[in-house]
Design a protein around this ligand. Structure first.
Ligand SMILES: NC(=O)c1ccc[n+]([C@@H]2O[C@H](COP(=O)([O-])OP(=O)(O)OC[C@H]3O[C@@H](n4cnc5c(N)ncnc54)[C@H](OP(=O)(O)O)[C@@H]3O)[C@@H](O)[C@H]2O)c1
Length: 243
């Protein structure tokens, strides 16, 4: 099930304006990136599960009203992502860039103390959620012969840490998935794994506790991330990058 949150159809403009689809825009990095890209005149398509937060983001962007599109969606649902792809094609056409940002982390715990449902939620969101997105959007990008895919990884997709084994496993998997799918993409496209750095979000507070407030805020991070993401080319295909 996908709920669409208002928004009309606007023709894609020239002048380097890009249509960027970001998953997980209700808070944290996804929201900050959506606001930054919108501020720069790009078109944002966003999704997340919490409808009220999507609504408030839409209100924040209300001067641009109908330009951006928001969908109430769980990336773990393959059929919902399939519906999303159909709706995006109807309203905007193939996105220039997809940022697979939606993610979750287990509560700090040793692996054998992490409940099965929690382990599954981390893998279903961080890994299978990205696979769902790639399953439905890559064929559209291939048809258009262009497209940039950014899969949100982590420092913990390249190193190990106690208490967050499910999360580390999911992000190492994101790195492997990204490098492998990169080998399958035709010329004109690129998929990269992006470690965003360490940023003070709900997710960081979950694993770092109160010391998360010592780290940069999402709105300080977003301009650097936007510069990087907007400048990716097919030459970056298969890379593991960091903001
Ligand atoms: N913050 C950091 O320091 C850091 C470091 C390394 C990597 N990362 C990665 O960066 C990404 C963003 O992290 P963050 O810190 O911004 O996390 P966050 O503050 O917890 O935000 C996560 C976002 O993902 C969405 N989301 C979660 N599950 C979803 C689902 N099943 N379907 C759709 N949307 C879903 C959430 O929205 P709803 O709950 O409304 O669905 C929310 O908008 C994640 O992939 C994370 O692993 C972050």
């Amino acid at each position: 099930m996908v709920g669409m949150m208002g928004g009309g159809v606007v023709m894609k403009g020239g002048g380097g304006q890009k249509t960027v689809l970001i998953t997980g825009v209700s808070r944290g990095l996804g929201k900050a990136l959506a606001l930054e890209l919108a501020k720069r005149g790009h078109f944002v398509i966003g999704c997340s599960r919490s409808q009220d937060k999507l609504k408030s983001l839409q209100t924040q962007l209300s001067s641009d009203d109908d330009k951006h599109l928001f969908f109430n969606l769980d990336v773990c649902s393959n059929s919902s992502v399939q519906d999303l792809a159909r709706l995006v094609m109807e309203k905007k056409g193939v996105p220039d860039i997809i940022v697979n940002n939606a993610g979750t982390i287990n509560k700090n715990n040793r692996l054998w103390e992490v409940p099965e449902e929690e382990f599954n939620a981390v893998i279903d969101t961080n890994l299978k959620g990205i696979a769902n997105m790639l399953r439905h959007f890559i064929p559209l990008m291939i048809e258009k012969k262009q497209g940039i895919i950014v899969n949100m990884s982590s420092g913990w997709g390249r190193s190990a840490a106690a208490q967050v084994a499910p999360y580390c496993a999911s992000k190492w998997a994101v790195e492997g998935l990204t490098k492998s799918v990169a080998k399958e993409l035709p010329s004109g496209m690129a998929a990269v794994a992006l470690n965003p750095g360490v940023i003070n979000t709900d997710m960081l507070a979950s694993c770092f506790g109160s010391s998360s407030s010592l780290y940069q805020a999402p709105d300080a991070w977003a301009p650097k991330a936007a510069d990087m993401i907007l400048n990716l080319t097919m030459a970056d295909n298969g890379s593991s990058l960091s903001v």
